[in-house]
Design a binder for this molecule. Structure first.
Ligand code: DC
Length: 221
């Protein structure tokens, strides 16, 4: 099986790019953030605080996360319920960053992620794919962009959905989330030694997609 790992901070365009690369190469796109988001939704629904490690750990036993694909789109199921439409709010984003720092939460999802990569050619995005989940990936990319550019894209995306939002607040949330994801003890976000750094601040989506496809193809020669 072949695999591509894409890591990077929030809003760098990982999922948009990974979906396109997956299409071009005929790979399955696996969005690992969605799995952490589904777990965070469970904690929110049950009134468990992101700071309550014990409560989070206990709740983990009651959670089953699984993936399905509908017309090629990943759907994440939380105890059998499709929660795709419920996991993209700012509240869930922050809760996800708060709770994905716990080892018990990460261990729950790690084996599922590795199993997927054993069965199919995958392009997987997240924070620790190159450093932890798929250390043997054929290609590792660390995709980043300036925080203002990332906030601008996120703002645009929310506006298009008709959500009222404040640019400053979005940028602050993004910076706070990066800070937490990069500085946690377990599997922090960092560029793997053998990852290619791609700064997409001034690059179009098509350009980044082509760069990754080419990098991958060159490695297969
Ligand atoms: O990629 P995303 O924005 O959907 O991720 C949401 C949060 O989940 C992110 O702030 C950190 C966490 N996450 C993680 O810790 N490890 C991953 N592989 C993917 C996401």
């Amino acid at each position: 099986m072949h695999s591509i790992a894409i890591d990077g901070p929030a809003g760098a365009g990982k999922s948009t790019i990974a979906k396109r690369v997956a299409k071009e190469l005929g790979f399955i796109y696996v969005d690992t953030g969605a799995m952490y988001r589904a777990m965070a939704l469970y904690f929110l629904r049950h009134g468990i605080s992101g700071e309550d490690e014990e409560g989070v750990s206990e709740a983990c036993d009651a959670i089953a996360v699984s993936l399905e694909y509908e017309n090629g789109e990943q759907q994440v199921l939380l105890n059998g319920e499709n929660v795709n439409a419920l996991i993209r709010t700012e509240e869930v984003s922050m809760m996800t960053s708060d709770t994905s720092k716990y080892r018990v939460v990460r261990e729950k999802l790690l084996s599922l992620q590795r199993e997927l990569a054993k069965k199919k050619d995958v392009i997987m995005d997240g924070r620790d794919i190159g450093t932890c989940v798929l250390p043997e990936a054929d290609l590792k990319v660390y995709l980043t962009a300036s925080s203002s550019e990332r906030a601008r894209r996120r703002y645009k995306e929310l506006q298009e959905k008709g959500t009222v939002c404040d640019f400053e607040k979005i940028e602050q949330d993004i910076i706070a989330r990066d800070e937490q994801d990069m500085n946690r003890e377990v599997s922090p976000l960092r560029q793997a030694e053998d990852a290619v750094l791609v700064d997409a601040s001034d690059m179009a989506i098509e350009e980044v997609t082509e760069k990754i496809v080419t990098l991958y193809q060159d490695r297969q020669l």
